[in-house]
Design a binder for this molecule. Structure first.
Ligand code: ZN
Length: 290
């Protein structure tokens, strides 16, 4: 982080007209205005979701993203016919309720009903809320291997392709902010800033994956090979540490009984809360030691 900050300030000092934004939130402690209104905006854009827990505080915001939804059911369990989109929503709500009750972070869901959201819009919701952590919830399926069992955590395998970075740079205007620094008019510099922010986010994402395994493993069965890397669009927010959590296999009897039960969901939620609260406690410690 220190290396990243030093690089960033060097870059900014070399670039006239590109200065860190005034009052930019420190990592882990976003200071944002949150829209607490579910009505559709006048411009027809989807309104930002409700943020729960410790309302009005500066506590970090965690966005939980229930995978699939609406016309996209995700996988269907051959055991009981349940659809992944319903499993992910139930788990996400359990995590939200657990975090809101604890009150150490604020939390929002990308969807709280049976609707479909575009993959990029999912992380854009998190960016607009000023989220400090993004967790997408899914359930696995291995139709030809019903022994496959346990949870898996995915993080991004590489810095987003040039095309992704270019798309983002194109979408951002002069008011855009990446990793606490204003994006300026120079697309080349913007690309470098996006790239730097993403490398930092990827390192934090991998740290969080290891922490989640450690904190949740007494409660949640993980696969032996629990951490995998993939180029998943939903994880490509350049400035928010992001993971995709596959809660278990809809093709495995034990996993189905576990992830579809209120007790199983409560265990996942408790494991997530432990890891999330430890993650932010660590980050606060690092920030105050600088
Ligand atoms: Zn899925």
């Amino acid at each position: 982080m220190a290396f990243f900050a030093a690089l960033l300030s060097l870059l900014l000092s070399l670039t006239p007209g590109l200065a860190p934004s005034q009052g930019a939130p420190a990592p882990g402690a976003p200071n944002v205005t949150v829209v607490l209104d579910n009505a559709a905006g006048a411009d027809g854009r989807r309104a930002l979701p409700t943020v729960s827990g410790a309302r009005g505080s500066n506590r970090p915001i965690v966005v939980i993203d229930p995978g699939h939804g609406g016309p996209d059911p995700g996988a269907t369990s051959p055991i009981d016919g349940i659809r992944e989109k319903n499993v992910t929503l139930a788990i996400a709500r359990a995590i939200r309720d657990e975090l809101a009750a604890s009150g150490r972070v604020r939390v929002a869901l990308t969807r709280d009903d049976d609707s479909l959201i575009d993959l990029r819009e999912r992380y854009e919701i998190a960016r607009q809320l000023g989220a400090a952590l993004f967790i997408s919830i899914h359930a696995d399926a291995a139709p030809h291997n019903d022994d496959a069992q346990g949870a898996t955590i995915y993080t991004l395998s590489e810095v987003a392709s040039d095309r992704e970075a270019a798309l983002l740079a194109a979408r951002e205007n002069a008011a855009g902010v990446i990793g606490g620094a204003d994006l300026g008019a120079d697309p080349g510099v913007n690309r470098i800033l996006i790239d730097l922010a993403q490398r930092e986010s990827m390192a934090q994402s991998a740290d969080f994956a290891r922490l989640l395994r450690r904190e949740a493993s007494p409660l949640v069965p993980f696969r032996q090979d629990y951490h995998r890397f993939a180029s998943l669009i939903v994880l490509k927010a350049p400035d928010i540490p992001s993971i995709l959590f596959e809660a278990g296999y809809l093709t495995n009897m034990k996993d189905v009984a576990y992830i579809e039960s209120p007790e199983g969901r409560a265990r996942i939620a408790a494991g997530m809360r432990r890891a999330i609260e430890t993650h932010f406690a660590r980050r606060m410690t690092r920030l105050t030691q600088r």
